[in-house]
Design a protein around this ligand. Structure first.
Ligand code: MG7
Length: 305
């Protein structure tokens, strides 16, 4: 078997960790065998498509961007700060059971939804504020998304954050292309432009899997695509494709930054490839290029026969 892990120079850096290089090699083989026609990309948004940090600062989240809109009330900001203080530590507490976390996250998101109700923050205002804040995407994201678009690879951006700001950022950065679908929590407005809650059932960190994808347009688009490049920055992100029953090979790439030493073992158990403090799309792109270039070589060979 060809050693693709060795061949991809980017995978040989000292910030790249794999529990099993054999397993990674096997998955890459399968992705290459399937080619672009069998491939889909599923990615988290906050700190996965956006950078985790830049210029010494952690990145602003999709919920955080919404709070910066001038029409957001003081009451909402106060409430949101209190909720975050209470629930954010629970979200990452390794000593709380998954069952309990799910209940508490459901509680957080629904209280957050309640606190949005009644405000009038227009889509135009959200778009303007997101453009002004201009969070940086990982370097080479635009290049990567353009390549995926050209190769007609469906891309799912799957976020437990706020869909309206996710879409605004993707649009502002010119990567909201026709092959890209966003599944997230979107604001619902009444006819007067008042926020009345979220459009669909809440997507939180620990139910970010089949329940949200199954009814989406994306699911029907990828019915015959059984290979996935998955990207995320939290352990829960690794389950994003859990409910897609037809899958054969999933390459899970995890971006790790905060508390990396402590978290590395669990990340290595969960993701096939773990990248510590890599603020670029270099590695997903290198893998995708290999899939694409092998397909070109194959079709040239067939053409010459
Ligand atoms: N997160 C989840 N909720 C909120 C919220 O209401 N406000 C803020 N500022 N952050 C929130 O991208 C998803 C991440 O957003 C955070 C309901 C959670 O930490 C979640 O992982």
């Amino acid at each position: 078997m060809k050693n693709y892990v060795k061949q991809i120079t980017e995978l040989n850096g000292n910030q790249v960790f794999m529990k099993s290089t054999e397993q990674v090699n096997k998955i890459i083989h399968n992705l290459i065998d399937g080619g672009c026609g069998k491939l889909q990309v599923v990615s988290d948004f906050d700190k996965t498509i956006t950078k985790q940090h830049e210029n010494g600062k952690l990145h602003i989240s999709s919920f955080g961007m919404f709070s910066r809109c001038p029409s957001v009330s003081e009451d909402h900001i106060k409430m949101n700060t209190e909720l975050t203080k209470k629930y954010a530590p629970v979200e990452v507490d390794p000593n709380i059971s998954m069952l309990e976390k799910k209940i508490l996250m459901e509680e957080w998101w629904s209280l957050s939804e309640d606190s949005l109700k009644g405000m009038r923050v227009s889509p135009e205002e959200i778009a303007r504020v997101c453009a002004e804040l201009g969070p940086s995407l990982r370097s080479r994201t635009k290049e990567f998304f353009d390549e995926l678009y050209k190769a007609e690879i469906p891309v799912l951006v799957f976020s437990a954050g706020l869909g309206d700001t996710v879409v605004a950022v993707l649009k502002h950065c010119d990567v909201h292309l026709s092959n890209v679908e966003v599944v997230s929590n979107f604001l619902k407005y009444d006819n007067e432009g008042t926020i009345v809650g979220f459009k669909n059932s809440i997507i939180h960190t620990y139910n970010k899997n089949e329940f949200a994808i199954k009814g989406s347009d994306f699911y029907s688009k990828v019915a015959d695509r059984d290979n996935v490049i998955l990207m995320g920055d939290t352990l829960g992100d690794a389950n994003m494709v859990e409910g897609m029953e037809h899958l054969s090979s999933v390459l899970k790439i995890g971006f790790l930054y905060e508390r990396s030493e402590e978290a590395l073992p669990s990340y290595m158990d969960t993701f096939d490839i773990v990248l510590i403090d890599d603020q670029s799309m270099n590695i997903p792109m290198a893998i995708f290029n290999l899939i694409k270039n092998n397909e070109i070589t194959q079709s040239t060979k067939l053409g010459n026969e």
